[in-house]
Design a protein around this ligand. Structure first.
Ligand code: FE2
Length: 259
């Protein structure tokens, strides 16, 4: 049995014993987890990685949001994380403080890679210093795999469930200048710079500026996520600016696919 298969066995057990899978936030997170596993597998295939690295990447994907489950149970929404809660650090604590990781993965050989990849998966800026090439690779895989699924989620899921804001907050708000300018300069958006509902929505689309692999851009393009996200709401006060941002994002994607 490979590492992923046995880790997944225990993961199912862990979720079923500790959480209520009928709770929407929990089932939402379970679905996200498996989508991220699939994305990680897809990236590994496109990068021609060997079986062992694919196995490691899938285990990291399976465990990357383990802290979110506890967060969903104990806090009323996922967005609180943005200002007050580092779910990645909680995940690392949960897995490594009391050696819970051994229930998922019997060998300790890959502990450091798993720990570093989970710790770094959601950081705004990924600092590569002090990390080995292999650790950097796995950090990049989980970061892309997670962002790709964020696009899927944002294109279909209920906005209140995922972001704790209502569609009216997005449709009737004004874009903060800093958010607009950062997007136009191909930058991801800092949480603290988001002041309005539409800022939050734009920050999700700006995830494309933080991707690492060409195959990730390819998937975003194939699934038409940029247009799907822009099309999701009617921007009553910001029609023109949202159109500028859409063009920017689509051009950026095309440019990444030819380079
Ligand atoms: Fe995630």
């Amino acid at each position: 049995m490979n590492m992923y298969t046995s880790a997944n066995k225990y993961f199912n057990n862990f979720i079923n014993t500790n959480f209520d899978i009928n709770d929407e936030k929990i089932s939402h997170k379970v679905k996200h987890t498996y989508q991220v596993v699939n994305n990680a597998k897809y990236i590994c295939k496109k990068l021609n990685l060997d079986e062992l690295n694919t196995d490691i990447a899938m285990v990291i994907a399976l465990l990357h949001d383990i802290g979110r489950f506890t967060q969903a149970k104990e806090m009323k929404n996922f967005r609180e994380d943005i200002t007050s809660f580092d779910h990645a650090a909680l995940g690392v604590k949960l897995l490594f403080d009391k050696n819970e990781i051994r229930n998922f993965v019997s060998s300790s050989e890959y502990d450091e890679i798993i720990k570093k990849a989970i710790a770094n998966h959601s950081k705004y800026i990924f600092d590569e210093s002090g990390l080995s090439d292999k650790e950097i690779l796995h950090c990049k895989i989980i970061r892309d795999a997670d962002k790709i699924d964020s696009f899927r989620g944002k294109s279909v899921d209920d906005i209140y469930t995922m972001a704790n804001i209502y569609s009216e907050d997005i449709e009737n708000s004004i874009i903060t200048d800093k958010v607009y300018n950062d997007f136009m300069n191909e930058k991801t958006i800092l949480s603290k710079d988001r002041k309005t509902g539409i800022d939050i929505w734009i920050s999700y689309i700006a995830f494309i500026f933080g991707l690492n692999f060409k195959c990730s851009y390819k998937l975003i393009k194939e699934k038409n996520y940029i247009n799907k996200l822009f099309d999701r709401f009617e921007y009553k006060l910001e029609t023109k600016k949202m159109n500028d941002l859409r063009i920017k994002a689509l051009n950026y994607l095309d440019q990444k696919l030819v380079s």
